[in-house]
Ligand binder design. Structure first.
Ligand code: MN
Length: 228
């Protein structure tokens, strides 16, 4: 019987508050989902349709671990984001049913090689090298959705070495969580284990070795890392 020629890479796992484990399938990321961030990047608010880029599941770094400064960049940026973890799959999901597909929520950091992303934008090339690289998706333990109430009023913040860099509320999102799930489910057959990084508020900026990052959203477990 034929065998795989080397051991398959293990599925990345994120801890769930309470002790269970969440196996990661795919990571979808929403671009420009807060008006003030769109403005700081030089774009107008666009309610025409959300847009996405993806990160590999193998880009996950568990919160609390150190992030080695990645190669081929001099401009590594933080983007603090709410992560939606899907517990059920589906396609063509109605926005009114979308919360039924959510397993839980987590704090996450969409780490970005901004210089490579900027070059890609300028040359009309894909964003992959700017966005999808090892340790570029730092995810905190997931809280089951039942423990989250009144999502829209939750504050989202990021500090670097204790200084506040990003601050907004989840209600500032241009596209709501149900709208994102509904739209994504027309592009992909969503699966349990899919994560959605829902975009970052204004205040993104560079980090350097030695910086301590801490991101919070309401009562969710903070996402933390040190750049080394
Ligand atoms: Mn982002």
């Amino acid at each position: 019987m034929a065998q795989t020629v080397f051991a398959p890479v293990a599925t990345p796992i994120i801890p769930i508050i309470g002790g269970d484990l969440f196996p990661v399938h795919r990571i979808f990321c929403v671009g420009r989902n807060y008006a003030a961030h769109a403005a700081e990047m030089g774009h107008a608010v666009d309610r025409e349709a959300p847009f996405y880029f993806n990160k590999s599941a193998h880009a996950v770094l568990t919160s609390g671990q150190e992030m080695p400064y990645p190669p081929r960049t001099d401009d590594l940026h933080h983007e603090m984001e709410l992560v939606v973890a899907l517990g059920q799959g589906g396609r063509d999901i109605a926005a009114s049913d979308a919360y039924d597909f959510v397993y839980g929520y987590a704090c996450g950091l969409d780490m970005t090689r901004r210089d490579l992303q900027a070059q890609a934008k300028e040359k009309r090339r894909p964003w992959d090298t700017g966005k999808d690289f090892e340790n570029a998706a730092i995810i905190a333990p997931i809280s089951p959705a039942s423990q989250m109430k009144d999502l829209a009023t939750q504050p989202i913040r990021l500090t670097v070495n204790g200084d506040l860099r990003q601050e907004a509320t989840l209600g500032d999102m241009i596209w709501s969580i149900p709208e994102i799930i509904a739209d994504l489910s027309t592009l992909y057959h969503l699966q349990p284990g899919d994560l959605i990084m829902t975009g970052t508020p204004a205040g993104v900026g560079p980090v350097v070795r030695g910086d301590q990052l801490r991101g919070t959203i309401g009562d969710l477990t903070p996402v933390e890392t040190k750049i080394v």
